[in-house]
Design a protein. Structure first.
Lengths: 273, 464
């Protein structure tokens, strides 16, 4: 217990309070003020960045969750070659966010792979500009697809481990009582999977709030997110206080979502005990 | 992110000749050089009495060479594995974004730390170091390296108006245009691709789009692209004859109206383009403007498919930004001789030829002396650079000077002005007036004077 607490204190609590402290530092470095927060709120990109970040979170998390659950069930069904599926599904885990963004850029760009395929299949005659800044919804959709591909595996891995922790007798008992596949999933598997679901959702939501390189690679800056604005204020505008304010906002949103999940998804651990 | 890089160096016209005045096409060398480079300068020297540090010969350790150039991983690798490969000694080449780079050089020099042997940076970088008195005087080295045939104007600029040389010229570059050869047949009647006006460029793009479908003009409008340099060094000077003092003038309004008309012909994916060489090669874009080093892959890969040509000409001339990079040694370096040895290596003709082949930056010489076995694509680029810098309508324009840690904030104002006026269609005069206030606040914060082509200011530059 003590080592974990020490780890959390050194690598989480201290940097977190330092970030808050920096965000609340007065411009002259002495004392505290809300100056940096005010600057962030009046920044022209703030509303756009916050809106896009939340929108991405809302769009990405459910899509990924459903896909990951399906993948986890496939892996857990212990079909022939299940191990192979696990490796195939987990492949994107080894690819960095930026590399994934660049790969997806080469797919969605005007002369990219997707347009080539569509044209070869005769579905379109002229290339579609998917990454058109005038159609932000389309750009957002490409980001959701890229993110879903890149980070669904992490949820799957968590869910697979949860599924493997469910005693087989529970499922077999349901079978004996004639439960359909859906009933088994709804009344046996999902309730027992709640602790894993909770962990997966917390983790994925936090990652969605931090999304950065994929957005920059696919949208180039016209669609912006909170992490990109933190980067802009730190590296371009050279104001660590406002960058810290943005970072603190990401942190606060992460904390709020985590508490939300902890409260709304009550674990049924005792049933497994 | 990893993709960011800055490779432009402010340059200045040091000749004293009024900018924008037609020059007689000269026998290259000085004048051309001047044009190409103008500027660089500011490097500072601060204090650098040569005696301040004792030279200690060679030294067997690893040299640390810090730079804000070659940030993309492949370029940094070319620097380490190709350009520095022939150096007799170990070099730790560290490339980082301008902010952390400036912080590192400044904080270590001020703290008297001696682990940086060599700095490779832009004019703006050196300007800041100079004003803080962090650089060693390299006059002796400049004299020793007279066989390198550096552009004499660059050497003069490196003195920053004083008597000591603050940096040794390293490389030079500029921004040009490249188009696919198929597009040349669609040029408007009476226009010459080597001397296009801004209006002809838009008409040309319109003709190409009408024939091909889609939008074939391209700008590097990614947040890490160099579109900001197009405004600062090319379109603003060409339309207004200045940059900061004419920022919200009526001719600036005309320039932004032109930009809207050009953008209407531009590929809608332009905000995702960081380098124009890729969309040119794929055919997404047929006509593009960018930094020479961000076009070179297309020209090298398929020299027969592309034509390179100078930036367009506006009402006030052919505004263009020459770029000069320098090599400097911090005063705090424990072994300045080691840094000098590396400068000798980096400026020798063989190394300069490798640099040109690998990363597309030209030697900072008066006459563009190029190796004979050059790829035709690089040769085409070199010819265009020469044509642009010797154009009788040439109007060399410096890039930001002396803004210290506000340099990127200054660039950001041009990016956000573009977003507001062109992407969001906000009213031009009102936007320019509000952005002019932001610019003025930046100048006031660092008390930076104006730079060419704006007229010299007594004290802090006043944004117009």
């Amino acid at each position: 217990m003590l080592p974990s607490l020490a780890f959390l204190a050194v690598f989480f609590a201290v940097p977190m309070f330092q970030a808050f402290g920096l965000a609340l530092q007065a411009p002259d470095g002495t004392g505290y003020s809300l100056d940096a927060v005010r600057q962030m709120l009046s920044d022209g990109a703030f509303t756009r960045a916050l809106g896009t970040t939340l929108l991405l979170m809302v769009a990405i998390v459910p899509v990924q969750f459903v896909i990951a659950l399906g993948m986890a069930m496939v892996v857990n069904a212990r079909l022939k070659g299940a191990d192979l599926w696990l490796y195939v599904f987990a492949l994107p885990l080894g690819i960095s966010e930026l590399a994934s963004g660049i790969v997806w850029f080469s797919i969605f760009t005007e002369q990219g792979w997707l347009n080539s395929v569509l044209q070869q299949l005769g579905l379109t005659h002229q290339s579609i500009v998917f990454l058109d800044y005038q159609r932000p919804w389309l750009v957002l959709a490409t980001i959701v697809v890229a993110e879903a591909w890149r980070a669904t595996a992490i949820i799957m891995v968590i869910l697979v481990s949860g599924l493997q922790g469910i005693p087989r007798d529970f499922v077999e008992a349901a079978d004996v009582f004639g439960a359909s596949v859906w009933q088994r999933l709804r009344h046996v598997v999902l309730p027992l999977l709640k602790p894993s679901i909770r962990v997966a959702l917390i983790l994925r939501t936090i990652l969605a709030l931090q999304v950065f390189a994929t957005v920059v690679a696919l949208a180039g800056g016209t669609t912006t997110v909170l992490a990109n604005e933190a980067y802009r204020w730190y590296y371009r505008l050279r104001d660590a206080r406002v960058a810290a304010a943005y970072a603190s906002l990401v942190l606060l949103l992460s904390l709020v979502s985590t508490v939300g999940y902890l409260v709304t998804i009550r674990g049924d651990e005792e049933q497994l005990g | 992110m990893e993709g960011t890089r800055r490779r432009e160096f402010p340059s200045a016209d040091a000749s004293g000749q009024p900018l924008g005045v037609p020059r007689t096409p000269p026998a290259i060398t000085r004048r051309q050089a001047l044009a190409l480079g103008a500027g660089a300068a500011v490097v500072g020297l601060a204090g650098c009495a040569p005696s301040a540090k004792k030279a200690q010969g060679g030294g067997g350790g690893t040299l640390t060479f810090v730079s804000d150039q070659f940030q993309p991983v492949d370029e940094a690798e070319k620097m380490r594995k190709q350009i520095l490969a022939g150096y007799d000694g170990k070099v730790n080449f560290v490339s980082s974004p301008v902010g952390p780079f400036t912080d590192r050089v400044t904080s270590q020099a001020k703290a008297g730390k001696d682990d940086i042997a060599l700095i490779g940076g832009t004019h703006g970088d050196f300007a800041g170091f100079a004003s803080d008195g962090l650089l060693l005087d390299l006059s002796d080295l400049a004299q020793e390296l007279s066989d390198r045939n550096f552009n004499p104007d660059y050497l003069e600029l490196a003195k920053l108006g004083g008597s000591q040389t603050n940096y040794i010229p390293w490389m030079q570059a500029t921004y040009i245009m490249v188009a696919r050869k198929e597009a040349v047949g669609l040029l408007p009647a009476g226009s010459d691709v080597q001397a296009l006006t801004y209006d002809q460029l838009v008409s040309w793009a319109r003709a190409v789009n009408a024939k091909q479908g889609g939008q074939k003009l391209g700008f590097p409008a990614h947040q890490d692209g160099l579109l900001k340099r197009f405004f600062q060094g090319h379109s603003y000077p060409s339309f207004t004859g200045g940059v900061n003092t004419t920022f919200s003038s009526s001719s600036a309004v005309t320039m932004w109206e032109w930009m809207r008309s050009a953008w209407a012909q531009a590929n809608r994916q332009s905000p995702t383009y960081q380098f124009m060489q890729e969309p040119l090669q794929s055919g997404e874009v047929w006509i593009a403007w960018d930094h020479v080093a961000r076009l070179i892959d297309a020209l090298q890969a398929k020299p027969a498919d592309f034509v390179a040509f100078p930036s367009p000409i506006g009402p006030k001339g052919l505004g263009f930004a020459p770029v000069v990079l320098g090599l400097g040694i911090p005063k705090s370096a424990s072994d300045p001789e080691a840094g000098k040895k590396l400068i000798r290596y980096l400026t020798q003709p063989d190394t300069q030829a490798t640099t040109l082949r690998e990363v597309g930056f030209f030697p900072p010489t008066g006459r563009l002396s190029l190796p004979g076995d050059l790829n035709p694509g690089i040769r085409a680029e070199a010819n265009t650079v020469t044509a642009q810098t010797t154009s009788p309508k040439g109007l060399p324009s410096l890039l930001p000077i002396g803004l210290k840690d506000k340099t990127e904030a200054y660039d950001d104002v041009f990016r956000t002005t573009f977003e507001a006026i062109v992407l969001k269609n906000r009213a031009i005069p009102a936007t320019l007036q509000s952005k002019a206030k932001e610019l003025q606040a930046l100048f006031d914060a660092v008390q930076a004077p104006c730079w060419k082509p704006d007229p010299p200011s007594s004290g802090t530059c006043k944004v117009g």
